[in-house]
Design a protein around this ligand. Structure first.
Ligand code: DAH
Length: 354
């Protein structure tokens, strides 16, 4: 009777066990050294000898039963803990991974490649010239002797080595190409960084890229230059762009011109072929061209006879055209970028737009 009571009590209490700690105390309460079962076994001595074997067997059977119940409970608790941790610390291997940030080409590089690709289609090879130049090539051989006032157009970074400077424009590359290829014909573009010691503003930086162009041959005329540049303007800015030529001055070209493209935003105020397209009203409110209808894109001209001679070409036999443009300026016009400083500021919000 007592043993049966003990069994029921033990199993009932085991039902209430929900964690390891409770299981441990149940174990010592019933199966421990001073537990109920040990106490029951001690009573064996008080029984008449003939009853002892049966009682002993019953106690042992009970012990087996309680041990089995204990193992069962242990397994159950273990399962429950496993299920809980699987649910709480779930790792969904089917979730897509976190996206890896991918780099991209800098907008200045993209625009440079666009420009070079257009000139490549027109038959111009790329020629890379040095960024550290000497005074001779940057100025003198380009028809600017020392003290020539035109040098004031370029505020120059001089190095501590006399006569060595950072190129103020890509034009000295013309001399290097000519001397390398003379007397063969030339059709090259010279891209690269230039440096000027000037105040940094939204429109000018101390470093900026240029793309120089040079074509030399025995029958090259101003109309070749104009054809090349108007084809370029159409391809780069898109649509039926028109260019305008203004006369200008550069020491290394004669005649010298500056080239504008009709405003890509307001389409300019110049009447179209039918005399109808574009209006003065549209142009005057345009923020890009400031109402002029035109955007200045580059300087150009026919290579000066003195420069041809410095390159090794006989100006009586050869002519050439040259031009120089600023890709940052072109990109600003094309993408309506208001500040040239953004190009070298490493601002991700700017860079990510391209
Ligand atoms: N080198 C000039 C500058 O940096 C730009 C230029 C003008 C280049 C006329 C040319 C040219 O080749 O013919 O301002």
């Amino acid at each position: 009777m007592e043993l049966e009571q003990l069994r029921q009590q033990a199993l009932a209490q085991l039902e209430q066990v929900h964690d390891e700690a409770a299981l441990r105390s149940w174990n010592s309460q019933f199966l421990g050294k001073n537990g109920a079962l040990t106490q029951a076994l001690k009573r064996l001595a008080q029984l008449p000898p003939q009853d002892r074997p049966a009682y002993g067997q019953q106690v042992n059977a009970l012990k087996e039963a309680l041990l089995a119940a204990l193992e069962h409970k242990k397994a159950e608790l273990h399962q429950r803990e496993l299920a809980r941790s699987l649910a709480a610390e779930a790792l969904d291997v089917t979730l897509p991974g976190r996206p890896v940030l991918r780099g991209r080409l800098h907008p200045a590089t993209q625009v440079m490649r666009d420009i070079l690709a257009i000139f490549a289609e027109l038959g111009f090879q790329v020629y890379r010239s040095r960024e550290v130049e000497d005074d001779l090539t940057n100025f003198e051989l380009l028809n600017m002797p020392p003290h020539h006032p035109a040098r004031d157009l370029w505020d120059t970074f001089h190095t501590t080595t006399p006569g060595v400077l950072l190129r103020t424009h890509t034009s000295p590359g013309q001399i290097h190409v000519m001397r390398q290829y003379c007397p063969r014909p030339i059709r090259v573009v010279l891209p690269g960084m230039c440096y000027r010691y000037e105040q940094i503003t939204a429109r000018s930086e101390i470093q900026f890229q240029q793309v120089e162009g040079l074509a030399i041959g025995e029958s090259i005329s101003l109309s070749d230059l104009i054809g090349t540049l108007s084809t370029f303007a159409k391809r780069f800015f898109g649509g039926e762009r028109r260019i305008r030529i203004r006369n200008s001055y550069f020491p290394f070209t004669e005649p010298s011109i500056e080239v504008d493209v009709d405003c890509i935003l307001c389409q300019g105020e110049v009447p179209g072929p039918s005399g109808s397209s574009g209006t003065a009203a549209a142009a005057s409110s345009c923020t890009l061209c400031k109402g002029t209808g035109w955007l200045e894109i580059l300087g150009a001209g026919m290579v000066h006879p003195v420069v041809l001679r410095h390159g090794g070409y006989d100006p009586e036999r050869f002519q050439g055209f040259a031009f120089g443009m600023g890709p940052q300026r072109m990109a600003m016009l094309k993408y309506a970028i208001h500040d040239i400083r953004l190009f070298w500021s490493n601002a991700r919000r700017f860079l990510e737009q391209f």
